[in-house]
Design a protein around this ligand. Structure first.
Ligand code: NAD
Length: 338
């Protein structure tokens, strides 16, 4: 079987991870990645063997830096069947017309609006909605985190209301421009956009979100209160979470007290870039009282959306009709247990 030809537009935090994840699958391959400037990341990509495509007006800069260029972004569009757009938020929409003109499929990321594609994607919740689609959008890291745990709970018990507070990382570890570097910054535009973004995949869900930016780069942390339609037990909810794909239960009592230790666990597991693709839930921090469920979860913003991008390619390119089969295949290739 020939492999689906994939391009990455924007080889940054998400793009470089999706590139490596795609190359680990046996049914798809990276044809090339784009960079706008000849940075260390561009050189690392070339050293890894990726063909580099650049905007027309960047060719000279790459030549001066001694980084080989295979062609322009337009050339990459002609060479692939599907482009995974990992450019910064709101930049992706500029490329939509170019992808359409080239007749290729495209996946956008959570920094773009749902209206750009009309379909938003999560592997477990709505894999089939992107089946054969020309355009789709993998929801943001926070939204992916919320859907990964809320969707299986809603399926099994039904949810009346969700109240979630997102304690967000100030910036990514490799970015020295973001912040705050000391302090906590509440999002005062309420409710925050995260609830509506979850609804782009689970439109029926009543969800209310607030957010605070914190001076950390490692992970986001969510505090979640769920009002269930019926009484449940802590054991029932833990059973659901244990069976849910890409949800990892850990115990605070085992030493995994916070996000620092969780990222250390990523290193211990020998993951590519120490990534933690799963949403991490503290088992000893899950509690049900009557119809109310309380839990905490940590989200590795740099990597949780990576396996979803791989599954989204499979759905859009009609490589595998069964969501669970695609999830298992992606998980196996990335070293994710469940
Ligand atoms: P990033 O800044 O790390 O990487 C973006 C890449 O796109 C860089 O390599 C940059 O050089 C390149 N780029 C910039 N302008 C470009 C242009 N005009 N044409 C082509 N390439 C261009 O950004 P990121 O964090 O990887 O985010 C990418 C997308 O993923 C955004 O939509 C973002 O909202 C979403 N996302 C980010 C995170 C996260 O925490 N970093 C998590 C989930 C989703």
């Amino acid at each position: 079987m020939s492999k689906v030809k994939v391009g990455i537009n924007g080889y940054g935090t998400i793009g470089k991870r999706v590139a490596d994840a795609v190359n680990k699958q046996d049914d798809m391959e990276i044809i090339g990645v784009t960079k706008t400037r000849p940075t260390f990341e561009a050189r690392a990509a070339a050293d890894k063997g990726y063909d580099i495509y650049v905007p027309e007006d960047s060719i000279a800069a790459f030549k001066n830096a001694g980084i080989p260029v295979k062609g322009t972004v337009k050339d990459l569009c002609k060479a692939v069947e599907i482009m995974v757009d990992c450019t910064p938020g709101d930049v992706g929409e500029i490329y939509k017309a170019e992808y359409e003109a080239a007749g290729i499929k495209a996946i956008f990321q959570g920094g773009e609006d749902h209206s750009l594609t009309g379909i938003s994607f999560n592997s477990s919740a709505n894999y089939s909605e992107s089946w054969g689609a020309q355009l789709s959008r993998v929801v943001s890291c926070n939204t992916t985190g919320l859907i990964r745990t809320l969707n299986p709970i809603d399926k099994a018990i039904k949810i009346t209301n969700v109240y979630a507070t997102l304690i967000r990382r100030g910036t990514d570890p490799g970015n020295s421009k973001g912040g705050p570097i000391n302090g906590l910054e509440p999002s005062v535009k309420l409710p925050t956009h995260h609830g509506p973004d979850v609804k782009s995949v689970m439109p029926w869900l009543n969800i209310n979100t607030m957010a605070v930016k914190a001076s950390t780069t490692l992970m986001h942390l969510h505090t979640i209160v769920v009002e269930l339609q019926r009484e449940s037990t802590t054991e029932e909810v833990l059973g659901i979470m244990k069976a849910s794909p890409r949800v990892k239960l850990v115990k605070s009592s085992s030493g995994l007290k916070g996000t620092s230790e969780i990222m250390e666990l990523g290193k211990e597991l020998g993951r590519n870039r120490s990534d933690m693709y799963e949403i991490v839930v503290w088992e000893d921090g899950v509690k049900v009282v009557g119809k109310m469920l309380y839990y905490y979860q940590a989200v590795h913003q740099e990597s949780d959306v990576v396996p979803e991008n791989v599954d989204c390619i499979r759905s859009m390119c009609k490589l595998e009709e069964n969501a669970s089969v695609s999830i298992s295949k992606t998980n196996k290739a990335l070293g994710i247990c469940r």
